[in-house]
Design a protein around this ligand. Sequence first.
Ligand code: SF4
Ligand code: SF4
Length: 484
Amino acid sequence: MILSKYTFTFETRKKRFFIMNYLTGSIDEIENSEREEFERRFKTNDWSNYPLAEYMLQRGYLFESPEDEEEVIQEKYIEFIEEYENTPVQIIFSTTYACNFSCVYCFQESYKEFSKIITPEVTNQFFKYINKQFSREKVKPYITLFGGEPLLNGERYKNHLIHFLKKAKEFDYEITIVTNGYELENYIPIFKNLNLKIREIQVTIDGSPELHNKRRPTVTGKPTFDKVSRGVSKALENGYRINLRMIIDKENLPSLYQLAEYAKQLGWLEYSPTLFETSIGRNYELHTCQPKNTLYNRVELWTDFLEFANKHPILKEFHKPHFHGIKYLAETGTLPMPIFDGCPAGKKEWAFDLYGNIYGCTASVGVEKYKLGNIFEDTDLEQKKEQIHILKEEIDSEILYANQGKKPEMYHKNILLSESLEEQKLKWQSRDVLTISECKNCAVSLSCGGGCGVLAANHNGDILSPDCRPVKELVALGIEFYNL
Ligand code: SF4
Ligand code: SF4
């Protein structure tokens, strides 16, 4: 018997010891009396005459042979690909790089010299492009409006945005909006008049009114909390789903419970999770330098969140972190399916801007080195799409049959030979945990998914490199948070 390459162990802060495997969806606690012997076996991978070996085999921590494990990997990979194909593509559109806020930590600070806005000419070409480019998708893609700030107030901008929204309506695209929320209350009647299908509106509020106003003032320095929260209430009252996002660092986490209390007072927490959910984003460096002393790493953030949630239980009602599948385990009794790819850029996510430029996702939009083309220049789209599709299929089948003597990295070597835009697209499209060499034998890869391609490229100079996530530490915190 052999240990699965996806079996790993971790210890919680209270010294509880666990074994876990995302490939087979198993997790067990190991009693202290068993621990020493277990750890010796684990280290040496010697399971002969071990009383628990049969149980570990049944649970999928051990396999009879590498071939047996490979069979399960292939089966789960196919399930993952099928599920992936049935996931809609998110088409992000940055209508402007201008913004009416001046947030203290804005990673788009360096884009501010651009104050241009979307034009009907770009809108028309954009819809022509996406209608053709994404026509083969199994599920209808949806469009996410992004910025700068996509809901600006000027008359000319509003008219151009309405033209865009009418086109979305004409071609039956659902819309998601990522907004600072300042003009949201004024846009709700427009959305209603157009009878738009709105999938979600993501609004950022950064904590208590005082802190939010300090961190997210208008460009002229005015407070914004009251107006943004009125927009959230109005959206919810009109049946639009809100994703309330908080950008968290050491400065504002201590005041998060005040926002939770405020949300409860306004009745936001009464809405079902299909209408109101919260998400927490870390404030971290993307493309420009920011003050580092208040930034959290992931483990620090969620350790502190857990501490504050113990002190202010309303936080547990307000936000339920995923902790790499532990929330799912707490709610359903099972672990989620293995994730072979955590970065949708250039696959299930594409981003476009008001100049017609094409990027892989929101983290790369507007950054020249990540530009993948332009909607006015791509003349032979079908042929290129076909070419990408064929190569992607070859890569997938090569991964599936990697144990039969072929090596997946061969294709990547070919892909990396030159840096044309099409080849860069292929790099994004082939990025997953079976193609990033560091991830191939990583025990936590099927929850990490290889991390973020842009962060990996920013740190390591290569899209096909890892952006590691502290899965074991976060899972241990999740066990504590959900009291499992
Ligand atoms: S993981 Fe990173 S690169 Fe991938 S889609 Fe998300 S932000 Fe973009
Ligand atoms: S990015 Fe790092 S932690 Fe994630 S799967 Fe790859 S090697 Fe493992």
